[in-house]
Design a protein around this ligand. Structure first.
Ligand SMILES: O=C(O)C(=O)C[C@]1(C(=O)O)C=C[C@@H](O)C=C1
Length: 238
């Protein structure tokens, strides 16, 4: 369409844009990352894809592809782990201004003890499925909810037209259900690189959390928590 003049400009990524001839390149404008979008209820497929990606990252296939395409300097495995966990946390926190806006519109309180009990029960069930300690998972989600509430308290003015609490909770649950599998995949690698997650979270989560709050989060993440474990394969589903 650009070639035939039907459009004046297109947005792409740095890798693809570099392969186009005769176009003027502007940017990069942001540091956005690409993600595959799946329907909210395709959790099993998402986990299978994430398992596959983590395995190809650690067996060297993905770094090889990136290098062959000149895509980017090789990322150390511990950086990949830290980014996967950080991206998940960012996603969860970025939903909170919308949750707050809906609650404000519907005159609901930020704190919902019944929902918190549900989130903790789900965290324990997911931990059991992933072979992770349930108490550590509950501690992690307790801190996540505290931080999420503080974000809601500061960000009630988002535009939430057309959004409702049930669908936002579905989205929060979907993101939450990806966190413990990421921890299970990467706990062994992070155990040997105590600084990597800290550096990444301090860099990535500044929009949502101040330094003290990032500190409280680091206490409940590997390698400080879940530390007794080495990376485990997922338990066979019965
Ligand atoms: O589901 C909600 O109502 C939220 O505000 C999200 C959340 C959470 O972090 O999961 C946070 C605070 C509530 O007390 C319950 C749950």
């Amino acid at each position: 369409m650009l070639e035939t003049g039907r459009v004046d400009a297109v947005i792409s990524d740095t890798l693809e844009a570099a392969t186009w001839d005769d176009v003027a390149l502007l940017g990069p404008f942001t540091q956005d990352r690409k993600a595959m979008a799946l329907p909210l209820d395709h959790v099993e497929l998402r986990d299978r894809i994430d398992d596959w990606l983590a395995a190809r990252e650690t067996d060297g296939w993905l770094p090889q592809q990136r290098q062959a395409l000149g895509a980017q300097a090789a990322m150390a495995p511990e950086q990949v782990c830290a980014e996967a966990i950080s991206a998940n946390l960012s996603q969860r926190f970025s939903l909170m201004p919308w949750v707050a806006a809906v609650k404000r519109r519907e005159s609901l309180p930020i704190i919902d003890p019944a929902q918190e009990a549900k989130v903790l029960a789900q965290a324990r069930a997911m931990a059991a499925r992933e072979g992770l300690p349930e108490n550590e998972a509950a501690r992690l989600f307790t801190v996540l909810m505290e931080l999420s509430k503080s974000i809601q308290a500061r960000n009630g003015n988002a535009e939430a037209e057309g959004l409702g609490l049930p669908e936002l909770r579905l989205a929060v649950a979907g993101v939450s259900s990806a966190l413990l599998p990421e921890i299970r995949r990467y706990v062994g690698i992070l155990a040997d690189h105590s600084e990597m997650l800290e550096t990444t979270l301090r860099h990535d989560l500044g929009e949502w959390l101040d330094a003290d709050k990032v500190g409280s989060l680091l206490e409940v993440l590997p390698p400080r928590a879940f530390g007794s474990l080495k990376s485990k394969p997922r338990r066979a589903v019965q």
